[in-house]
Write a protein that binds this ligand. Structure first.
Ligand SMILES: Nc1ncnc2c1ncn2[C@@H]1O[C@H](COP(=O)(O)OP(=O)(O)OP(=O)(O)O)[C@@H](O)[C@H]1O
Ligand SMILES: [Mg+2]
Length: 238
């Protein structure tokens, strides 16, 4: 298979963002945990939903686990991009699970199979967790945060789905590789919403890490359009 003359590896899960798939040999590695990290309003939830919508288009059930979003408002915001989550839900192809961070922490601590059972029941292939920040905020010490993140990622790996984990990050993106999230994740995608010297804002995306993938490590231009995220792999911004 090929995207615009590029080789696509056969272990890939296409994201629905053609430009991004061109940077990663065809998409995310099947069964991997992909961290999407950026500040507020940078397109993390849109990217995550686009990834699920692409799966749904190919008969793969998707599950969105949200710690914060109000379901109706979330559905309304995503409908703008043509993703009718309410209809997908009614057709049994999409599930929105609203969890409090405390409940997830309890599930992780008790090694409960609650989420895994829901996944197996609908044979979901793609999962989103949005976002980790509320979860890590529950724990007081760095050691506890670290231990609970490792336990959460261990649980995610047992699901055997391709999973996008959203993280709100204000710290400098280069610090991700040394953080616990950075090494637990199989891949890290960073989104940027930057201001250039003349004062104009621009969006960009970087595949910072992707295990098992010969990925491009450039920072490419990205736009949020009425159809979702578009990535321009030939337009390097930094
Ligand atoms: N139709 C649209 N066209 C272009 N840009 C849009 C459109 N709808 C939303 N946006 C942009 O997308 C941003 C929201 O994207 P998204 O919800 O994915 O961000 P996020 O990174 O998840 O933010 P947060 O951390 O606050 O949850 C808005 O702030 C706006 O800039
Ligand atoms: Mg969001």
């Amino acid at each position: 298979m090929a995207i615009a003359n590029q080789i696509v590896k056969d272990d890939r899960v296409p994201t629905g963002i053609v430009g991004l798939d061109r940077l990663t040999e065809g998409g995310f590695e099947k069964g991997s945990a992909v961290l999407v990290a950026a500040g507020g309003g940078s397109g993390k939830s849109i990217l995550a939903t686009q990834f699920l919508a692409e799966g749904i288009k190919h008969s793969e059930t998707g599950i969105y686990i949200s710690f914060e979003e109000n379901k109706d408002r979330f559905y309304k915001h995503m409908l703008v991009f043509g993703w009718d989550l309410k209809a997908f839900e009614e057709q049994g192809r999409f599930i929105f699970l609203k969890y409090s961070p405390e409940r997830i922490a309890k599930i992780v601590k008790e090694k409960s199979k609650e989420i895994e059972n829901s996944i197996k029941e609908v044979e979901a292939k793609r999962i989103v967790i949005d976002s980790l920040s509320a979860y890590t905020a529950l724990f007081d010490t760095e050691a506890e945060k670290r231990r609970m993140l490792v336990a959460l990622f261990d649980m995610i790996k047992e699901w055997e789905c391709t999973t996008v984990v959203v993280a709100e990050e204000d710290q400098h993106p280069d610090q991700h590789h040394s953080s616990v999230m950075g090494f637990m994740a199989d891949a890290i995608i960073l989104l940027y919403n930057e201001r250039e010297p003349r004062g104009l804002r621009y969006r960009a995306i970087e595949v910072f890490k992707m295990r098992g993938t010969k990925h491009d490590s450039k920072i490419c231009s990205m736009k949020i359009t009425d159809h979702g995220i578009e990535v321009y792999p030939d337009t390097v911004v930094l």
